[in-house]
Design a protein around this ligand. Structure first.
Ligand SMILES: C[S@@+](CC[C@H](N)C(=O)[O-])C[C@H]1O[C@@H](n2cnc3c(N)ncnc32)[C@H](O)[C@@H]1O
Length: 262
């Protein structure tokens, strides 16, 4: 794990900002109301922090979309962003590297020692479109671990597609899948980068050659789909991990923001 701070040439910052902007467009192509997900998280953080300066941990932050928004809403925030992908962290470091409010760490949640460089209590731990990558037993372990990172009265929030039960809720599934398909074609058929195009563009930036080689090794064995777990699994696990109240603060079809309060 590495963390670097210091002056970043403006050309490099501009390039990283452009990649972040294109990432946001690409992710919005997959998630119709991604901005509303983020806004619901802002509302909860504002409420639990009141006049307190928020301290937030973003799990699997990618190139920093949520970090960017939180900085805008909470100018005195302190944010730690972690992600296992060296290229995404490198881009985030170029975007936010000179901002003292942000720390970025290359961390793999699959590793039992992922919290080694993370210290102090957080008001909120958040994550978006990411935890579905974790195997269920790892997700459960992470939920128990983050319970110890959040202060009493603080919150964990996860915004993600938590798919319907394909058998018991076949009509729900059909409607959600159709809506995903429509949202994707509205973006990807009209000039927005799809997943592969975005990665192709980012990987071609010479500054990131090192991070690109590193990411190829890291992701080499991660080709199989992770088993999906239900909303109920998330909520029950969080309750068992010590959160006092669990539920949803936002939903659009099978897309949720779930919240768990300590
Ligand atoms: C679709 S991206 C979402 C990124 C960002 N949260 C957002 O909403 O734009 C999924 C992220 O999960 C990260 N990720 C997947 N497995 C991870 C793990 N085991 N540890 C840390 N990050 C992980 C990926 O590197 C990627 O950045």
């Amino acid at each position: 794990m590495t963390e670097t701070k210091g002056p970043v040439p403006s050309e490099r910052i501009n390039q990283a900002q452009s990649l972040l902007k294109r990432w946001d467009a690409q992710q919005t192509g997959f998630i119709r109301h991604r901005d509303l997900r983020f806004e619901s998280m802002v509302t909860v953080i504002r409420n639990i922090c009141q006049n307190k300066k928020p301290r937030v941990l973003d799990l699997a932050c990618g190139p920093g979309s949520l970090i960017e928004l939180l900085l805008e809403f909470f100018p005195d925030i302190e944010i730690v962003g972690i992600d296992k992908d060296p290229l995404l962290i490198a881009i985030a470091k170029d975007v936010f590297g000179e901002d003292d409010r942000v720390s970025l760490l290359e961390v793999d949640l699959d590793s039992p020692s992922w919290m080694a460089e993370i210290s102090g209590e957080f008001d909120a731990v958040v994550s978006t479109t990411a935890l579905h990558w974790l195997e269920p037993h790892i997700l459960s372990r992470v939920y128990f671990e983050i319970a110890n990172l959040i202060r009493l009265g603080g919150v964990f929030m996860n915004g993600d597609h938590l798919q319907y039960d394909e058998h018991a809720q076949s009509t729900f599934t059909r409607i959600a899948k159709q809506d995903d398909k429509d949202a994707q074609s509205a973006s990807f058929d009209h000039g927005v980068d799809n997943w592969d195009q975005w990665w192709e563009t980012a990987e071609a930036v010479p500054n990131y050659a090192c991070a690109v080689s590193k990411r190829k090794v890291i992701w080499e064995n991660k080709n199989s789909a992770t088993p999906k777990v239900t909303l109920g699994y998330h909520l029950e696990t969080l309750r068992s991990a010590g959160f006092s109240q669990t539920g949803t603060v936002w939903q659009y079809l099978d897309d949720y923001v779930l919240a768990a309060f300590r």
